[in-house]
Design a protein around this ligand. Structure first.
Ligand SMILES: *[C@@H]1O[C@H](CO)[C@@H](O)[C@H](O)[C@H]1NC(C)=O
Ligand SMILES: *[C@@H]1O[C@H](CO)[C@@H](O)[C@H](O)[C@H]1NC(C)=O
Ligand SMILES: *[C@@H]1O[C@H](CO)[C@@H](O)[C@H](O)[C@H]1NC(C)=O
Length: 395
């Protein structure tokens, strides 16, 4: 009897303890443990900056549409010396009627040295699929997952580099005489295939990594895919790797074509940026833009999206290259990023206007924080085991 009553008593005790803790958890929702360090930056701006803009949704929708409905066809052209390649999507007219093919991209390609239309489409779709998988997985993974890319960047070129220079294209660098100082770095990153010939005294001549947005590759492939093996889009030397941020999924086709015509003598070494690095750069750029807006507008954030259209707002190539360098280097020096009054927009072009889609002032604020107050930079603090390396700005 005794043997039976004891377990019954224990069961009652257990039930009452369980119900007590259940009621407690109803009344007192469990608090998460306080973080070891409070998150860097303003909590509200962090939350707003982490929200995905509609531009990012559009990029994924474009990639999905190309994957499902894209078609590729090529036709002999230029007196049978080249082919014209069309990438098309069906366009459903608002007025109704059957869809018409709409050309998304048109390229001149070589007559022979290219796989069949069908196998080009297969490679393009494989490339779209991995792009989509990476970006969707990143979205499902939530916040901390984004910063995890920082500790993996050192693996991109096989090792971490002691000293790195990121050379921005600002006209401020003209007359600086920084060329030899830049070339003395172990890793030199240049942006968007900016010309160095004729500017070596100010910008240097060495390049270890060429960072571009995919528009740059598309423009280059449009001109050269038909005539240059591997498209010849590596102006700093055929073996200098190119890191590319994909701003339009259709540009992945340019990469497929350049890769398909590449040879040992004219290779096409390409690294597509990690989906997490894209998201991390977007968050940091938006955070600093929001912060600047708030301080310019008496503390109110409510009209930020009136000034910066979320469909187009974007970090600059230079900013993403800087974030990338933080993960690849033990020390990072920035050259040619400022814009003093009267300086040209680019040292190598006569472009007058800054692009509206970037908030360059906000990006300068970010670089200033990297140099003077790295612990205040939001989102980088979510990267486990990563410390911001020392950053020096040379305007
Ligand atoms: C592919 O085309 C069909 C027919 O026009 C359309 O209904 C569908 O939404 C498209 N798929 C994607 C992913 O855009
Ligand atoms: C690039 O080309 C090589 C050789 O043709 C091929 O094996 C490889 O899969 C291609 N890579 C991509 C990303 O298309
Ligand atoms: C936002 O912009 C609108 C239209 O320009 C203006 O009327 C409103 O006062 C602004 N709100 C704030 C909080 O600045």
């Amino acid at each position: 009897m005794k043997r039976r009553s004891l377990p019954a008593f224990l069961v009652v005790l257990l039930l009452s303890l369980l119900s007590l803790s259940f009621r407690r958890s109803l009344l007192l929702p469990r608090q998460p443990p306080p973080p070891l360090h409070p998150a860097a930056g303003d909590p509200l701006l962090r939350r707003l900056a982490a929200a995905e803009g509609s531009g990012a949704d559009q990029v994924l929708a474009d990639a999905a549409a190309l994957l499902v409905n894209g078609s590729i066809s090529t036709f002999p052209s230029f007196g049978n010396r080249q082919r014209l390649l069309y990438l098309r999507l069906p366009y459903v007219r608002p007025a109704g009627g059957p869809p018409r093919p709409r050309t998304v991209s048109r390229l001149r390609v070589p007559l022979f040295a290219l796989p069949s239309d069908g196998s080009l489409l297969a490679s393009f779709r494989a490339s779209l699929r991995s792009f989509l998988v990476a970006h969707r997985r990143r979205r499902q993974g939530g916040g901390g997952n984004v910063a995890s890319v920082m500790s993996e960047l050192a693996g991109l070129l096989g090792r971490r580099f002691p000293t790195c220079a990121v050379v921005g294209n600002s006209g401020a660098i003209l007359g600086s005489g920084r060329g030899p100082q830049i070339d003395a770095h172990d890793l030199v990153i240049r942006l968007n295939n900016a010309r160095v010939a004729g500017f070596a005294a100010d910008v240097g001549a060495k390049t270890s990594l060429s960072f571009v947005n995919s528009n740059i590759l598309h423009l280059c492939a449009s001109r050269r895919a038909a005539t240059a093996a591997g498209c010849g889009c590596h102006p700093y030397g055929a073996t200098v790797p190119m890191a590319m941020y994909v701003c339009q999924p259709a540009h992945l086709l340019d990469a497929v074509i350049c890769n398909a015509t590449a040879t040992l003598a004219s290779p096409f070494p390409l690294l597509v940026t990690d989906a997490r690095l894209d998201a991390l750069s977007a968050r940091i750029a938006k955070y600093y833009s929001l912060r600047r807006f708030v301080s310019d507008n008496g503390g109110s954030v409510s009209n930020w999206s009136r000034k910066h259209d979320e469909r187009y707002f974007h970090y600059s190539s230079g900013m993403q290259a800087v974030v990338m360098a933080l993960g690849m280097c033990e020390e990072v020096s920035l050259f040619g990023f400022g814009k003093p009054a009267g300086a040209k927009h680019h040292y190598h072009t006569n472009q007058k206007k800054e692009l509206d889609l970037h908030d360059y002032q906000a990006e300068y604020d970010f670089y200033g924080d990297l140099q003077a107050r790295p612990e205040t930079v939001p989102f980088l603090d979510e990267a486990q085991g990563f410390t911001v390396p020392p950053v020096r700005l040379y305007w």
